[in-house]
Ligand binder design. Structure first.
Ligand code: GLN
Length: 524
């Protein structure tokens, strides 16, 4: 039974509950045992929350019995997982760090609460790179997550646990956060939809801050419609996050409209980028052709300052992280190394032992870059580049409705393949400009790459607060490439019927996944 639910979309689960094909209790039990089984090898979850899930399921079953379910929204009864940098009251929020290993949330993040208010069933917290620094989920102190399409590969990061949980059919939807690509890149690597809305569309209150001028929360799903429903639920002004904006759109509204008459920007310079894998280049060119065939006009645009984005991001990000992570001082928050004579010694020892290597690297870098002597050499010019990049997008969106390009220069790399941080940073070249400018971006699956047989994602970028534009184009790509694809090792026979056109790709099929029973499942 769990297989069946594992391959159902959020909308199908909601519909099944509405028509009383199954109860919320039954479905929740099956989802939880599906997580139990799949997570032994994938390790997408740091904590599973059966008590909270059962409690929420009971409320849904009561609503069904009393007839109130019909008036609940489309996410009522839908199981959801949350990246472990999001507070959910009475659960651990570890940020995959020793620093917060024992931290229990006294409150719930607004984005999480919004999904609960919409009737979602909270099933657990997902693995991530420590404090969201990374692109592979390998820096989690609790061990890496594996890519459900090939368990010798990374799921991407930093929201790798959320992406993998959705790709393996453990949950239909999940939330992640994206500071420089951490929703879009893992979505691309795992073959699911991942949305980083325009900065300000979703509240970050209760989400552990990394780079406050860059961070944005967004959904993962196996189809565009489910992702749109999730964004509908979490969008809007929150008095507790002063950067959040009024937003009350229906992102599902134009999914069936097609792209006729739309102008889709393509960036020739991106397609000539050094390091862009031929299979990714081919897939993006094919996607552009599909959109053209469907009636969109392709318009070549320039984003001349995008080439400076990595340099600017790896100044701005660490500067903000340095400041945000100052609160983990072993007194107010976090791991405490006890027994020291002075407070300074306690701070030093606690932070030295509580943070992992990448977190320390960014803290030290941020501290240096913001120091009196260096500020004008790094932080200040990075902010100037930020303005130039933002203006590039503004100019581009005078000509086009959406920009199409790659999410990442390649498909998912092997676990342990990239160890040099500077090399790893370069793989963020297509995602970070969008955080720097604040525009919205999303990753949409294009099937499997011809060489690696791993998922390839297309990135769609929208004008600020024009997120509906990218959903509309994403829906067109989905009509072409299929939806609701669960990674083959985790898909049941039921899935084959459920998703016509899914797995349709270039020519490949997924690589045979190796058996990997070496990971402890369930909790952390
Ligand atoms: N890979 C990027 C980084 O390491 C993005 C991280 C993120 O979006 N949280 O900074």
């Amino acid at each position: 039974m769990s297989d069946i639910f594992g391959t159902m979309s959020a909308a199908q689960i909601h519909q099944g509950l509405a028509s009383k094909e199954f109860s919320a209790a039954e479905m929740t039990d099956a989802i939880l045992s599906g997580i139990d089984a799949a997570d032994k090898s994938i390790h997408a979850f740091l904590q599973v929350t059966p008590d909270l899930a059962h409690e929420a399921a009971q409320k849904i079953d009561q609503a069904i019995a009393s007839g109130d379910f019909e008036s609940m929204g489309p996410l009522a009864g839908v199981p959801c997982a949350y990246k472990d940098n999001m507070n959910l009251r009475d659960t651990h929020t570890t940020c995959a760090s020793k620093m917060l290993e024992n931290y229990v949330s006294p409150f719930t993040a607004t984005c999480v609460q919004d999904t609960l208010d919409a009737g979602c069933i909270p099933v657990g917290k997902t693995n991530m790179d420590e404090f969201a620094f990374g692109s592979t989920t390998e820096s989690s102190v609790f061990g890496p997550t594996k890519n459900p399409w090939d368990q010798t590969r990374v799921p991407g990061g930093s929201s790798g646990g959320s992406a993998a949980a959705v790709a393996a059919g453990m949950v239909p939807v999940a939330l992640g956060s994206d500071t420089g690509g951490s929703i879009r890149q893992p979505a691309g690597f795992c073959g699911v939809v991942g949305v980083k809305p325009t900065y300000g569309v979703v509240s970050r209150y209760g989400v552990v801050a990394f780079g406050s001028s860059l961070d944005q929360v967004g959904p993962f799903a196996r189809n565009v419609h489910d992702a749109a429903e999730m964004l509908n639920a979490i969008q809007g002004r929150d008095p507790k996050d002063c950067t959040s904006q009024q937003s009350a759109k229906d992102f599902t509204a134009n999914l069936d409209e097609g792209v006729k008459g739309m102008k889709v920007g393509v960036v020739p310079a991106f397609m000539e980028s050094e390091g862009l894998a031929p299979e990714v280049k081919n897939a993006i060119e094919a996607a552009a052709k599909h959109l053209e065939d469907a009636g969109a006009e392709l318009v070549e645009i320039e984003l001349p300052n995008a080439k400076a984005a990595i340099s600017a991001y790896y100044v701005l990000g660490p500067c903000e992280a340095f400041s945000n992570l100052a609160r983990f001082d072993s007194v107010r928050y976090g791991y405490c190394d006890e027994g020291h004579k002075t407070l300074a010694e306690q701070y030093e020892a606690s932070r030295a032992k509580g943070f992992g290597a990448e977190a320390k690297r960014r803290i030290m870098l941020g501290s240096y870059l913001l120091s009196a002597n260096e500020y004008h050499n790094y932080y200040y010019p990075a902010q100037q580049i930020r303005t130039l990049i933002t203006q590039d997008y503004q100019r581009a969106f005078e000509k086009v409705d959406v920009i199409l390009g790659p999410v990442s220069p390649c498909t998912a790399f092997k676990l342990g393949e990239i160890t040099d941080p500077a090399t790893m940073y370069l793989f963020d070249m297509f995602t970070v400009p969008v955080n720097i400018s604040g525009n919205g971006g999303m990753s949409v699956p294009l099937g499997l790459g011809k060489d690696s047989s791993m998922p390839v994602g297309a990135q769609l970028i929208c004008p600020a607060f024009g997120d509906e534009n990218m959903f509309r184009v994403a829906a067109e790509l989905e009509r072409c490439y299929g939806s609701n694809t669960v990674a083959p090792d985790f898909a049941s026979a039921a899935q084959a019927n459920a998703s016509a056109g899914a797995n349709a790709s270039a020519d490949g099929s997924a690589s045979a996944a190796v058996s990997a029973d070496d990971q402890k499942g369930g909790t952390r």
